[in-house]
Write a protein that binds this ligand. Structure first.
Ligand code: FES
Ligand code: FES
Length: 188
């Protein structure tokens, strides 16, 4: 079947298998390998992309379901050679170690800041609660998002997050309203 969607601002039309997942479409068909595929259970969240501005686990959505929609991947964060504040924040605050979870974390952060320019720590932890990082312990990820919030264009400058403060839980606190959408029935 043929699908047409907008990916990172460009319209693409491709032939796909009806059962093809969006994550595989992006990685294998479009070559956008910044979106990672980390599990077979919809748990890790490393595959998160934005669909019409909402964070979605792309392993839970068929490529065909994205037809007619706008998809944004981590490759679409940089604009005109300028890193997105979220990318800059992860760099400034050491929000990654191996980097495997990072694309998904950054896309969720982007969506959070688009809807909530000044999230508190709890809101950030809730936003990423559907995603797993096996390296950083989350504190630096939270700090990176806080840095981005303080450095968004037009954002009122806020104090730099203090180093060494805040919870150091290995897992973000569970949320009854996870930020990331799972498209039930999309996985094969
Ligand atoms: S690849 Fe793990 S949640 Fe999508
Ligand atoms: S930086 Fe390694 S899994 Fe998150």
């Amino acid at each position: 079947m043929q699908v047409t969607m907008t990916v990172n601002g460009s319209e693409v039309t491709e032939d796909v298998e009806p059962r093809m997942l969006l994550v595989h479409f992006l990685r294998d068909q479009l070559g956008l390998t910044g979106t990672h595929w980390g599990c077979d259970t919809s748990n890790c969240g490393t595959c998160v992309v934005l669909v019409d501005g909402e964070p979605v686990k792309s392993c839970t959505m068929l490529a065909a379901m994205a037809a007619g929609h706008e998809v944004r991947t981590v490759e679409g964060l940089e604009r005109d050679g300028e890193l997105d504040p979220v990318q800059q924040g992860f760099m400034e605050c050491h929000g990654l170690q191996c980097g495997f979870c990072t694309p998904g974390m950054m896309m969720t952060a982007r969506a959070l800041l688009d809807s909530t320019p000044h999230p508190d720590e709890q809101a950030i932890r809730e936003a990423i609660s559907g995603q797993i990082c096996r390296c950083t312990g989350y504190t630096t990820i939270v700090r990176s998002v806080q840095w981005a919030a303080a450095h968004e264009e037009g954002a009122a400058r806020e104090p730099e997050p203090e180093r060494g403060t805040g919870p150091t839980a290995a897992q973000p606190e569970a949320s009854s309203q996870p930020r990331v959408t799972e498209h039930v029935g999309g996985a094969s």
